[in-house]
Design a protein around this ligand. Structure first.
Ligand code: GDP
Ligand code: MG
Length: 221
């Protein structure tokens, strides 16, 4: 079975589509939506479409993922966003290297030249480039898109994983903690949304990202 963990805060517009399409794309599947006191109908909508809904143990995207991991029963775990920036139909491609046992961890790469590539803003793309270069220096692994939220890993990784960050910094903590495993990147479709459309990440998260790279790669916390 595949467990899909979806952190979600105020995503009622898209969460139903995401859950419904995950159910079609992957089988057998366990879908865990981890809500964080959303003020809209995120939790109800997710439940109505067939997901198990949990309330996050703390505020932030990675606190939600940590909560979801406790409930995940699958041999493969997928982390997926609630906002449809990426496509549930890409999940089978992302888990394929784990099923073939040629990777322990798989990342979606939103910028790999394969298939369609929707044009991002240059600001976001260049920020991502900079973080990807820094993450490569800190980990000495050659990620092409180290900040992609679309990731999958096997049970061995899940059982060994210790995560401490609650917010977006968890993205870089996770990279540091899995850097010694067999890792593969798979191109995925990505159509970024704007802050007006609900994107929660901000420029200062870039500084938090760099701090987390230092903390978890160099200071060994
Ligand atoms: N439970 C929970 N989910 C969050 C929180 N912040 C972001 N998310 C979810 O995490 C995913 C990624 O967030 P998003 O704003 O799209 O960031 P980005 O696309 O990585 O820039 C989305 O599904 C959000 O709903 C939070 O504080 N709590
Ligand atoms: Mg997003």
């Amino acid at each position: 079975m595949v467990s899909i963990i979806i952190p979600a805060r105020n995503e009622e517009e898209t969460i139903g589509h995401v859950v419904g399409r995950c159910l079609i794309a992957v089988n057998p599947v366990q879908i865990i939506v981890v809500d964080d006191h959303s003020t809209d109908k995120t939790a109800d909508t997710a439940e109505r479409h067939g997901a198990t809904v949990m309330l996050s143990e703390a505020r932030g995207m990675w606190a939600a993922i940590r909560t979801g991991l406790k409930e995940a029963k699958g041999q493969i775990i997928v982390l997926f966003d609630a906002d449809l920036e990426m496509l549930p139909e890409d999940i089978p491609h992302v888990i394929n290297p784990i099923e073939k046992r040629i990777a322990d961890v798989v990342y979606g790469n939103r910028f790999a030249a394969s298939g369609y590539r929707y044009l991002d803003t240059a600001t976001h793309r260049n920020g991502n480039r900079l973080l990807t270069i820094l993450n490569g220096i800190f980990t000495n692994r050659d990620w092409g898109d180290e900040a992609c939220g679309f990731r999958a890993f096997n049970r061995k990784v899940a059982d060994a994983l210790v995560l401490k960050e609650d917010g977006f910094g968890g993205t870089h903590e996770f990279n540091a903690r899995v850097k010694s495993y067999d890792i593969i990147e798979v191109p995925v479709f990505y159509k970024p949304r704007s802050i007006q459309q609900g994107k929660k990440i901000r420029l200062w998260h870039g500084l938090e990202a760099i701090w987390c790279m230092i903390k978890y790669n160099w200071l060994g916390r």
